[in-house]
Write a protein that binds this ligand. Structure first.
Ligand code: ADP
Ligand code: MG
Length: 686
C-alpha cells in the first residue's frame, strides 16, 4: 500500500493500536502529521572521530568494532552491559544499564557507528548508553546531524526517527503554500528538499535553508491572508455617511480642561478623513499607556452622533467600561448625548431599559464589555465601533460587534506597543495611527528592581509615603492555576498588608469579586478613601487614578514585560513623582535582564521589542486569541527579515492573481482558506 499524507499512522510499519494512541498524544494521527512533527533540536553526530582523539565532556561520534562484551548484575534489579570497542587508534568502554537485549546486537567482530557523551570514569574513557547503528545502516541515529523530536508517553527518539524516515518520501509530492517560482527567486530550497532536510539535514547549511523555507511558508501564508483581508476591506462599500459639520465633537474638545497634544489632534484628523472617505474605516490607534487615547475615542463617538447615528465602545473589563461611562457621562450629558452602559452586571431592569433604548436609537452612545456582542443587543443604526485595549479581544469579537451595523467604521485602540513585524502580521489589515506624544508635564515612573530581602525596607518606605498623602497599588504575584486561587492569594496578601499598616485603609481588588464590589473598591480608591489597593492584574488595563503614585509589583519576574509596562502605566498619571518597585529574585540571566529592561526603558515600543527578543511573540501578544494560525517553524522575533520579504512577495502575488485562481496557487489558496475561514468573505477567495 502506498502512503499518502492522510494515511493513518496505524498503517505504518511498527505502529500498533497502543503506539497509535501514544502518537495521538503528540497530535500525530496521520503520516502527514508525522512529517509536520518538527524536530525540537538536533545533535551533531556528523563528524566521525578517532577513538584516541576523544576527550571527556564532548558529544562525539566514532566508528569502532566490538572486541568484548560482558554483563554484570551488581544489584538484583540492575544489569550492566559493558562492551569494549576499538578502532585503529585505540579502545573505549561502552556501558548500558538494564538493556540486556543489546547483547544480541553487540557481537564481537561487528562494526558500529556510536554516538554519545564521552566521560572520564575510573581512569578511563567511556560512553554511557550511546546511540549506535551497524556501519552498513549508519545514517539515521548516528553518523549525521540527528533530529531530536518532541516526545511523550515513552516514545523513544529512535522509534520516532524510524517512523519519520518511513514517511519522508511523502515530501517529494508535498505541495507548499509558497509557489516554487517565488521560492526559487528568493533562493529558498524547493519544498521537497526543505521537508526532507528539516528532518534529516545533510549539514547545517541545508538545515538553515530548510528552516527558512518553512518559516517563510508560514509567514507568507499569513501575509497573503492579511492582504486579502485588506482588499476585502478596501472593496467594502460605505453605507453610513458622516456630516462634515462638527458641532458636538468641537464642543467636546473646547470643554476639555487641557489642550490636545499634537498627536491626539493628528489622530482625530486621520479618523475624520476616514469617516468622510469612500470606504469604511479600519484603523488601529496605538498609543502608549497614558497617551490619552480615551479622548480620541470619545471624539470619534461624537462624530457618529452628530451625523445622526449610533456608536459603541467595547472595553475588556467591567472596571474599564464603568470608568469610561463615569468619565464620559458628564461631558456627553451637557452636550445632550444619551449614553447607555451594558455590562454583565447591569441588573435586569436596567438592562431591559438599555436594550430598548439601544434598539430604538434613543441611546446614541453605548458603552460596555463583551455583553455588547450578545445576540439580544440590537442597534437601530450602528455606524461606528470602537474597541478599547484591543489586545484583550479576539479578532472575532470585534467582527461580531461590527456585524450589528452595516459595514460600520472600526476604530481599534491599543496600548500594547506592537513591534513592526507583529503589526504587519497581526494587525496588517488595519491602517495605523500612532499617538507618539504624551500629555505635557508627565515624568517617567522611577522604576527600581529589588530582591525579596529588601521587602521590609520597601514597605516601611511605602508606609511613610502613604501617610504623607500618596496612594499606592500593590500587585500580587501572578497565579496561573485559576482565578479562584489567585483571589485567595490576593486576599491573604491584603490581610498581611492590613496587619502591617493597621492605621491605613487598605482595599482589595481581584477577579472573583462581584462587579458591584469591584466598582465600590475602585470608587473608594479613586476618592482617596482607600490608600493602598492590593490587586491582581485586574487593574492592568486602562484604570486611571491620578493621585496613585506608587506601585509595588510582587513576584515581578512572573509577568510579561508588556504586562509590567501596562501595570506601571497605572501610576505616573498625576503631577506627583511616581515610583514602581519590582520585587523579584529571578534565577536566570534572562530573567534578570528583563528586570533591568524595566528599570531602564520607559518606552512601550522598546520594551515590546526587548520582550520579543527575550521571550518570543506569545508574550508580547498575551495568550489570548489573536486570530492567527499557529507558527510551528517561524519565529517572528528571529525572522524579521523574512516578514519583510514575505510582505513584498505576498503583495506581488496578489496583484498578479487577486483571487488565487491560478493552478500553481492552489495549495496556497487552500492554506489561506483554512487559516482565515471565518474572516474572509466567500467572495474573496472561493
Ligand atoms: P490611555 O491612552 O492610556 O487610554 P487615557 O485616555 O486614560 O490614556 O488618559 C490618561 C490621562 O491623561 C487621563 O486622566 C486624561 O484625562 C489625561 N489626558 C488626556 N489627554 C490629555 C492632554 N492632552 N493633556 C493633559 N492630560 C490629558
Ligand atoms: Mg485607555
Amino acid at each position: 500500500m502506498s502512503v499518502t499524507p492522510e494515511t493513518p499512522v496505524q498503517f505504518l510499519r511498527g505502529v500498533g493500536p497502543a503506539r497509535a494512541k501514544d502518537l495521538e498524544r503528540l497530535g500525530i494521527r496521520t503520516a502527514g502529521d508525522l512529517l509536520r512533527h518538527f524536530p525540537r533540536r538536533y545533535d551533531d553526530y556528523s563528524q566521525l572521530r578517532a577513538v584516541a582523539a576523544l576527550r571527556p565532556g564532548e558529544q562525539a561520534t566514532f566508528r569502532a568494532e566490538i572486541v568484548a562484551v560482558e554483563e554484570t548484575r551488581p544489584r538484583p534489579r540492575l544489569s550492566v552491559l559493558h562492551a569494549v570497542a576499538r578502532d585503529r587508534s585505540g579502545a573505549i568502554l561502552l556501558v548500558w544499564f538494564n538493556q540486556s537485549f543489546r547483547r544480541r546486537q553487540l557481537q564481537p567482530g561487528r562494526e558500529f557507528v556510536f554516538s554519545g557523551r564521552v566521560q572520564w570514569q575510573k581512569g578511563r574513557l567511556q560512553v554511557e548508553n550511546p546511540e549506535y547503528e551497524p556501519v552498513e545502516e549508519a545514517g539515521l541515529h548516528t553518523g549525521r546531524i540527528v533530529p531530536v523530536y518532541p516526545s511523550a508517553a515513552g516514545l523513544s527518539q529512535r522509534y520516532l526517527r524510524r517512523l519519520v524516515a518511513q514517511v519522508l518520501p511523502l515530501a517529494d509530492g508535498w505541495r507548499d503554500a509558497v509557489p516554487e517560482e517565488v521560492a526559487a527567486r528568493l533562493g529558498l530550497p524547493p519544498a521537497p528538499r526543505a521537508w526532507r532536510d528539516i528532518h534529516l539535514p545533510p549539514d547545517f547549511e541545508a538545515l538553515q535553508a530548510a528552516r527558512r523555507r518553512l518559516a517563510f511558508d508560514e509567514i507568507f501564508t499569513i501575509l497573503v491572508g492579511v492582504g486579502l483581508l485588506r482588499r476585502q476591506a478596501a472593496a467594502a462599500a460605505r453605507e453610513v455617511t458622516y456630516s462634515p459639520q462638527r458641532p458636538l465633537s468641537d464642543a467636546f474638545v473646547r470643554s476639555l480642561p487641557f489642550a490636545l497634544t499634537g498627536a491626539q489632534r493628528r489622530a482625530m484628523e486621520e479618523i475624520d478623513a476616514d469617516l468622510l472617505g469612500p470606504r469604511p474605516m479600519n484603523r488601529l490607534v496605538q498609543g502608549d499607556v497614558g497617551s490619552g487615547k480615551t479622548v480620541v475615542a470619545a471624539w470619534a463617538l461624537l462624530r457618529a452622533v452628530e451625523s445622526g447615528h449610533q456608536a459603541a465602545m467595547m472595553a475588556p473589563t467591567e472596571i474599564l467600561a464603568q470608568q469610561h461611562a463615569e468619565r464620559l457621562e458628564p461631558a456627553f450629558r451637557s452636550l445632550g448625548v444619551r449614553l447607555a452602559l451594558l455590562t454583565g452586571s447591569t441588573d435586569r431592569a436596567a438592562r431591559e431599559e438599555a436594550l430598548r433604548a439601544v434598539a430604538e436609537g434613543e441611546a446614541q452612545v453605548v458603552l460596555g464589555t463583551h455583553a455588547l456582542i450578545e445576540e439580544r443587543v440590537a442597534f437601530r443604526d450602528l455606524a461606528l465601533v470602537v474597541t478599547d485595549e484591543q489586545h484583550r479581544f479576539g479578532v472575532r469579537q470585534r467582527a461580531r460587534l461590527a456585524a450589528k451595523g452595516r459595514n460600520p467604521d472600526l476604530l481599534v485602540m491599543t496600548a500594547t506597543p506592537i513591534p513592526r513585524t507583529l503589526a504587519l502580521t497581526v494587525y496588517g489589515d488595519l491602517d495605523l495611527t500612532v499617538i507618539d506624544e504624551r500629555p505635557p508635564g508627565r515624568q517617567p515612573v522611577r522604576t527600581l528592581w529589588r530582591g525579596e530581602a529588601a521587602r521590609e525596607r520597601i514597605y516601611a518606605w511605602l508606609g511613610e509615603q502613604v501617610r504623607a498623602g500618596r496612594q499606592a497599588y500593590i500587585v500580587c504575584p501572578l497565579v496561573e492555576e485559576s482565578e479562584q486561587v489567585e483571589a485567595s492569594a490576593a486576599t491573604e496578601w491584603a490581610e498581611r498588608v492590613r496587619r502591617a499598616f493597621p492605621d491605613v485603609p487598605v482595599g482589595l481588588l481581584h477577579g472573583r469579586l462581584r462587579p458591584r464590589e469591584k466598582a465600590e473598591v475602585m470608587a473608594a480608591f479613586a476618592a482617596g478613601k482607600v490608600r493602598i489597593l492590593v490587586t491582581t492584574t485586574v487593574v492592568e488595563v486602562g484604570v486611571d487614578v491620578p493621585n496613585a503614585s506608587i506601585m509595588i509589583v510582587e513576584g515581578a519576574d512572573r509577568f510579561g514585560l508588556a504586562q509590567l509596562h501596562q501595570l506601571r502605566g497605572r501610576v505616573g498619571r498625576g503631577s506627583e513623582r511616581s515610583y514602581c518597585v519590582l520585587i523579584a529574585d529571578p534565577v536566570t540571566p534572562e530573567g534578570r535582564e528583563r528586570m533591568r529592561v524595566m528599570e531602564r526603558e520607559h518606552d512601550g515600543f522598546r520594551i515590546a521589542e526587548a520582550d520579543l527578543q527575550l521571550r518570543g511573540p506569545g508574550e508580547v501578544l498575551g495568550t489570548r486569541q489573536h486570530g492567527l494560525p499557529e507558527l510551528a517553524v517561524a519565529d517572528l522575533a528571529r525572522d524579521q527579515d523574512l516578514v519583510a520579504l514575505a510582505q513584498q512577495e505576498a503583495e506581488r502575488l496578489l496583484q498578479a492573481d487577486p483571487g488565487l485562481e491560478r493552478p500553481e496557487h492552489r495549495a496556497l489558496r487552500e492554506r489561506v482558506q483554512a487559516a482565515f475561514a471565518d474572516r474572509l468573505d466567500r467572495a474573496v477567495v472561493s
